[in-house]
Design a protein around this ligand. Structure first.
Ligand SMILES: [Zn+2]
Length: 272
């Protein structure tokens, strides 16, 4: 059995037989004032607490793209844990800026990276979705010179990946931004699809395009929480505006009537 905790934004903590794998871990959740007006700083104590509470030994950190809500905490995690880091050239440049040279297994799209004796991830080339005002935010590569802490606009998205993790006999597909490359997804089956909700209406026919190619048994919509809101114990995390959740769910039911749909709460653990 594989257990997956949605940790907010596009973050997944995936555990199987004492091993843990992270996708797009995002713990610090800087507030709006920091995001819009300041440089972004990882909350080191929160990250240390997050790592201490993992349900096993951390094997790998995989990053789908390098916007701050996917990559902000990766340098601190890489510094604190000996785990393998898998991502783009931009992620490598980011970690270099934090003093970690050569730490990233750099992928350009299509590589299958064996993480250990039970897990492998294929970094499928993807596309970034459109969000505010129908625009793709902060496109392009992260380039030096960089002087951390960085501003939001320095976290360019870099190469975008859809990450397909094979683990415990399951195939988990992470679509962390609301667009895909149809040709790449063609024929890539998955057992569980994690599908970004934020911005889904800007990618025409996103839901049928993904579902017809991937044919998941279970669909977990995610990345719909307001990721500039800190997590407080017991408090509800507000959703992002303009999600059109009912319409999204209707489309899932229409285009994948056999699939189970789990609309998770932040920090909810799911077992597959
Ligand atoms: Zn993004």
């Amino acid at each position: 059995m594989v257990s997956v905790r949605w940790t907010g934004a596009a973050g997944l903590e995936i555990a199987h037989e004492g091993a843990v794998y992270l996708m797009d871990p995002y713990v610090s959740r800087p507030g709006k004032a920091a995001v819009f007006f300041k440089r972004l700083v990882s909350r080191r104590e929160a990250v240390a607490g997050f790592l201490k509470d993992l349900p096993g030994s951390l094997k790998a950190v995989m990053v789908g793209h390098t916007h701050f809500d996917h990559a902000l905490d990766v340098p601190v995690i890489a510094e604190m844990a000996a785990a393998r880091v898998v991502g783009s050239r931009s992620l490598d440049v980011l970690l270099e800026a934090f003093g970690m040279h050569g730490r990233v297994t750099v992928c350009r799209g299509g590589e299958r990276v064996v993480l250990d004796d039970q897990a492998a991830v294929t970094m499928l080339p993807g596309r970034h979705g459109r969000v505010l005002l129908g625009r793709i935010p902060y496109p392009g590569e992260i380039v030096p010179p960089l002087e951390p802490p960085l501003k939001v606009r320095e976290y360019r998205h870099g190469q975008v990946f859809n990450m397909l993790l094979e683990l415990g006999g399951m195939r988990l597909l992470h679509v962390g931004s609301a667009d895909v490359d149809d040709a790449v997804l063609q024929g890539q089956g998955s057992d569980v699809l994690f599908l970004c909700v934020s911005g889904w209406r800007f990618a025409p026919d996103l839901v049928p395009r993904v579902l017809s190619r991937v044919q998941p048994k279970t669909i977990v919509p995610f990345h719909f929480d307001d990721f500039t809101t800190p997590l407080a114990p017991g408090a509800q995390v507000p959703d992002l505006p303009l999600l059109h959740k009912d319409l999204f769910l209707k489309q899932l039911a229409c285009h994948a009537p056999q699939a189970r749909v789990i609309w998770p709460k932040v920090n909810q653990v799911m077992r597959f």
